[in-house]
Design a protein around this ligand. Structure first.
Ligand code: FSX
Ligand code: F3S
Length: 327
């Protein structure tokens, strides 16, 4: 694409969503902060999204978003990132070529757009997968246009440069894989053994963590640093409990005893009500959800551990205690 048309495309994408240059730069600064990068990287993120200089002649990176067995919460969360208009404009600009919930096309038109994007960007596109893959009985529990989600996932992953398992369902199987798992739901990695997959768990995951991971990939052409579970360290490096504002109450045993009691009104620790923040790695305390409005514990509800493997089976019933750790 020529330099001038690249500039026009991003201007149009921003204009259509009422996004100013100032909004965009603020968004890039926020992404740098989310990623734990020094402020100077905001310019690099802006450059990578706009593709200036020598990169102006390159194609816009294509993103394909596949929804399997899930509730669309990951998409909702993304749409409620801290600055959704800018995030959406950036996605428009970097070419979100297939997303059944967000795209205007449906049915055969959507499938045609997906096929065209896969062919034109073979080996180069980013694949974001939301939802677990039902593998029992040949994959018949999730069919799209006559094709099983299992087949579609394999087909779409084969040409992807970078695969993101978005949400706890895609990362670990999630709700559909909880006992007794009637559809044989699995994490996507189990049917893509040859692909390196970045996990962004959470039910739903944090919108800014999704965008931050994409922004990092655009700048550095590789995924951010990952932990042993292939989760970005910038978001999953610490336990919720370590950064919780109620931690000081935990340390002196100032606890809520029941919902609505005097401890709750003083925002004491929710551990006796089943808080799983000690066992859960995520950045909710810092990044938060719903346009940075709040997060579970901030709203007075115990952390349910939604970003951990098997949390539906192992962390339930929700309002029951788990063994206490030191610290
Ligand atoms: Fe829902 Fe996504 Fe949970 Fe799963 O988020 S919020 S059930 S992680 O795949 O849509
Ligand atoms: Fe920790 Fe949850 Fe209390 S995160 S500080 S146990 S409210």
């Amino acid at each position: 694409m020529e330099a001038e048309s690249v500039e026009k495309t991003i201007d149009l994408a921003f204009h259509a969503r009422g996004v100013t240059r100032r909004d965009f730069m603020k968004f890039c600064s926020c992404m740098a902060a989310v990623l734990g990068l020094p402020p100077v990287f905001a310019t690099q993120i802006a450059d990578a999204i706009e593709m200036p200089g020598s990169l102006k002649s390159s194609r816009r990176p294509s993103v394909l978003w596949l929804q399997l067995q899930e509730c669309a919460g990951c998409t909702e969360s993304f749409a409620r990132a801290s600055n959704p208009s800018v995030a959406q404009a950036v996605l428009d600009h970097i070419s979100l070529d297939y997303h059944e919930t967000l795209m205007a096309a449906a049915g055969s038109q959507a499938r045609a757009a997906r096929k065209a994007a896969m062919q034109e960007n073979a080996g180069q596109y980013v694949l974001i997968v939301e939802g677990s893959v039902p593998a029992s009985d040949g994959g018949i529990y999730c069919m799209m246009g006559g094709q099983s989600g299992l087949d579609l996932l394999r087909e779409m992953a084969s040409g992807a440069a970078f695969v993101i398992a978005l949400g706890t369902c895609a990362s670990y199987g999630g709700l559909a894989a909880a006992r007794p798992n009637p559809t044989g739901a699995q994490e996507i990695g189990s049917v893509l053994p040859d692909k390196r997959i970045v996990r962004i768990p959470g039910c739903p995951p944090l919108g800014d963590v999704i965008m931050g991971t994409l922004a990092y990939y655009l700048v550095f052409k590789k995924p951010p640093a990952l932990d042993e579970e292939q989760r970005p360290l910038f978001a999953y490096g610490k336990f919720v409990h370590e950064q919780c504002r109620r931690h000081s109450h935990y340390e002196v045993a100032e606890m809520c005893g029941s919902f609505g009691d005097s401890g709750c009104s003083k925002a004491y620790c929710l551990f006796p009500l089943g808080c799983k923040g000690q066992f859960t790695r995520n950045a909710c305390t810092v990044i938060r959800s719903n346009m940075s409005a709040s997060w579970c514990v901030g709203s007075g509800h115990p952390c349910v551990g939604c970003s951990e493997r098997n949390f539906w089976d192992e962390f339930t019933p929700i309002y029951t205690l788990r063994e206490r750790r030191d610290g």
